[in-house]
Structure formats: structure tokens, C-alpha cells
Design a protein around this ligand. Structure first.
Ligand SMILES: O=c1ccn([C@@H]2O[C@H](COP(=O)(O)O)[C@@H](O)[C@H]2O)c(=O)[nH]1
Length: 233
């Protein structure tokens, strides 16, 4: 893949100051940023605009999951913010995903539209607990098919599902993978993980990485080490 900015740093912070302390050290030519529910709820759209003014492309990770009309309108609002990528829960269904696609297609330069499949914090037992029998891989594949049919640009899945999804849907369908942990790093609440180099060699297009960078004693060194590990893949 030609995009050299594979790392998307998840800015999961409780306040603006520590987030900006990291952002100040990052190079928008080397990585992208993800703003999720915590920071967006605290700081709102103006923080996203601030990051964009500094030259960063932003993945707005709000995982919209609602009726089609509401999700389509929320995606349009994200597009108005100028974000690079936005996402919806694929389990919201084909009509919801198609409504988001149709709304974004009315725009000149829409953000990438990505479907969240099975959260990387879930394993087979967790899926069974919410009434979904089968393996995470089977469910990811089923949701990936629905997402592609609805015209999504790609999906969020764990690195473990990258090869089977690409084998069926090809390499142009974007695969965005959280659940990335450098060797020896704490998995925390993530259950389906691989190292950054393993994820990229499996075929992941973008790696979402939070705590291994943001909670490292020296976040910038952690980021550069991960970046370096990808250059030899
Ligand atoms: O399935 C998913 C979907 C989204 N995420 C988000 O990615 C980051 C991962 O952070 P780490 O600290 O590297 O675990 C986080 O913002 C999640 O909300 C995910 O982990 N899994």
C-alpha cells in the first residue's frame, strides 16, 4: 500500500492539555489522529478543527449506531467538520449503512466511510453473551460483506481477521485495525491483538494505536519505535 501514514494515534485523553502535549510532538506527515468518544464529548468539534488546522487528518471515531436517518445526518455533520474518516456500526444494518453512503455521496469530497464490525475487546464468549453464536471471524466476515454491499470504503476489525477478509473481499477494501500491541505491551481490555508489524504484514491498511503510545513513559519514542518497526515490513 502506498500510504506511508499507516499509524492513527488514538487521542484517548480526559483533557485537552495532555492531548495537545502529545500532538505538539507529532508530525502530520507521519501519522494521523483519532478523536473518539471521550475527547469529543469533552472538547467538541472545535478540538477537531484545531487538530486539522495543525495539518492533521482526523478519524472521527464516534461509531454512529442509530436509525438510518439519524446516522446519515450525523455522517453529514462529520463531513462538514472536514474529517478524513468517519465510522458507523455495521450491525446497524444495510439500510443504515446505505443511508450514510448516500448522504456522503452528495458531497464533493466526503470522508472515508468505515463500518465497525466486532469490537476488538470481544471474543467468542462475549459474542455468545449477547446472543451472537460463532467466532469473531465469522461475524466480522458477515458484517464486512454487508458493509461492502452498502458501499462502505472499508471496515474496522482486529488484525486477526485481515487475511480472511482480504481473501474474500480483496485488498482495495480498507481495513482499519485497533487491537495492536507491540511485543510485551499490556493488552488491557483488548482481546484480539497482533503486533504492529504482524498487522501490516497481514495486510492492514491503517493501525489504530492508543495506550501503547499515549501511556508510554516517552510517548514520542514509543511512536517512533512502532513507526520504525513498520518500515522493514
Ligand atoms: O473494535 C474497536 C474499535 C475501536 N477501538 C478504538 O481504538 C482505540 C484503541 O486504543 P488502545 O489504547 O490502543 O487499545 C480506542 O480508542 C478504541 O476506542 C478499538 O479499540 N476496538
Amino acid at each position: 500500500m502506498s500510504d506511508s501514514k499507516r499509524i492513527i494515534v488514538a487521542l484517548d485523553y480526559a483533557a485537552e492539555a495532555p492531548a495537545l502535549a502529545l500532538v505538539d510532538q507529532l508530525d502530520p506527515g507521519r501519522c494521523r489522529l483519532k478523536v473518539g468518544k471521550e475527547l469529543f464529548t469533552r472538547l467538541g468539534p472545535s478540538f477537531v478543527e484545531r487538530l486539522q488546522r495543525r495539518g492533521f487528518e482526523v478519524f472521527l471515531d464516534l461509531k454512529f449506531h442509530d436509525i438510518p436517518n439519524t446516522v446519515a445526518a450525523a455522517c453529514a455533520a462529520a463531513a462538514d467538520l472536514g474529517v478524513w474518516m468517519v465510522n458507523v456500526h455495521a450491525s446497524g444494518g444495510p439500510k443504515m449503512m446505505a443511508a450514510a453512503r448516500e448522504r456522503l455521496d452528495r458531497l464533493g469530497a466526503p470522508p472515508l466511510l468505515i463500518g465497525v464490525t466486532v469490537l476488538t475487546s470481544l471474543d467468542r464468549g462475549d459474542l455468545a453473551a449477547v446472543g451472537c453464536p460463532g467466532s469473531p471471524e465469522e461475524r466480522v466476515l458477515a458484517l464486512a460483506r454487508l458493509g461492502r454491499e452498502a458501499g462502505l470504503d472499508g471496515i474496522v476489525c482486529s488484525p486477526l481477521e485481515v487475511e480472511p477478509v482480504q481473501a474474500e473481499l480483496g485488498s482495495a477494501f480498507l481495513l482499519v485495525t485497533p487491537g495492536v500491541r507491540p511485543a510485551g505491551a499490556a493488552a488491557g481490555d483488548q482481546k484480539r491483538v497482533m503486533t504492529p508489524a504482524q498487522a501490516v504484514s497481514a495486510g492492514a491498511h491503517y493501525l489504530v494505536i492508543g495506550r501503547p503510545i499515549t501511556q508510554a513513559p516517552d510517548p514520542m519514542s514509543a511512536m517512533l519505535e512502532i513507526d520504525q518497526s513498520l518500515r522493514s515490513v
